[in-house]
Ligand binder design. Structure first.
Ligand SMILES: [Zn+2]
Length: 304
């Protein structure tokens, strides 16, 4: 029996995503500064093993290892010509690991540049780049798309439009990276929760939320509360998703170390779920153990 359409599935209960890829790669000895996305070609087994560990931990859906696989980010590694190859390989590796029962989301991150006049990007080039990436993820077998770690509203808008133009009616999720600023939250580009939520919802995404950024677990719970009220206030029908980091990292010997235990992460996830968030995973510093602890805690609510 094959899986139900993800768009229908996410309306039925709690969907568990995976945890971090980047920090898991560092933990498995991949040097910082390497092109993680190119590992889909160079060392597919490393990526596949991380996917499989998350699936064993209980993730319903995993994200393809393609966060930086847009033409602009790949160009920094001299790999701009490899967009199609890297994305379709990323989707195929995830599809193989997930089999026919579990879901894979095509992961799309920011370019690392900005639209003119702030940066060098032209809107049409940016859109074309996201279209290229999304098409290859689709060809490789994605069940949906997740546009992550956005900080600028204009780049997020173009990414959503690009993905929706080729997504074949598959679900599209978007999330922004917020930092805790006093008792409030802003992205690096100064976007607040209300603006991010209303922009995402006005563009017709299936789920909107937050990932990464810099906050403690308590702050992520507050952020979830804020995001839920922003979505409710908009009166729109969209689901909310959250991928917190394993708390705020401590810098030890120049390395970011995440010290939040799987149990504490699971408790925060339980609070986030009870606020009305029903797609939950983890970002930087989370491991299969964090996902497993969360799955144990929220077991009765998770989609079968
Ligand atoms: Zn992260």
């Amino acid at each position: 029996m094959s899986r139900t359409n993800l768009k229908d599935k996410i309306k039925q209960g709690l969907l568990i995503l995976d945890g971090a890829m980047g920090t898991q790669l560092i933990a498995s000895g991949i040097g910082v500064g390497k092109c993680n996305d190119y590992l889909n070609i160079e060392s597919p087994d490393i990526i596949s093993n991380i996917h499989r560990a998350y699936l064993r931990a209980g993730s319903n859906a995993i994200l393809t290892n393609t966060f930086g696989a847009n033409k602009f980010a790949l160009a920094r590694h001299g790999l701009a010509e490899k967009v199609e190859e890297i994305n379709s390989a990323g989707a195929q590796i995830a599809r193989q690991a997930a089999g026919e029962q579990k879901y894979i989301l095509g992961d799309i991150g920011p370019t690392g540049d900005f639209l003119k006049p702030l940066g060098n990007l032209e809107p049409q080039d940016l859109k074309d780049a996201f279209v290229r990436q999304a098409k290859s993820l689709l060809a490789g077998g994605a069940d949906g798309f997740i546009i992550e770690t956005m900080t600028a509203l204009d780049e997020a808008e173009i990414a959503i439009e690009a993905v929706k133009s080729v997504c074949n009616n598959l679900p599209v999720f978007i999330s922004f990276a917020f930092d805790g600023v006093g008792s409030d939250f802003r992205t690096m580009m100064g976007v607040n929760v209300e603006s991010a939520a209303s922009k995402a919802l006005s563009l017709g995404v299936d789920a909107a939320g937050f990932n990464c950024g810099s906050a403690t677990l308590d702050e992520y719970v507050k952020l979830a509360e804020k995001f839920v009220s922003a979505v409710k206030a908009s009166g729109q029908d969209a689901l909310i998703f959250a991928e917190p980091n394993a708390g705020k990292p401590e810098l030890i010997d120049g390395k970011a170390v995440y010290k939040v235990s799987p149990e504490d992460f699971a408790s925060a996830a339980e609070k986030i779920y009870s606020l009305g968030v029903n797609i939950i995973g983890g970002c930087c510093g989370t491991t299969p153990e964090h996902i497993e602890a969360m799955v144990k805690k929220l077991k009765s609510n998770i989609l079968k």
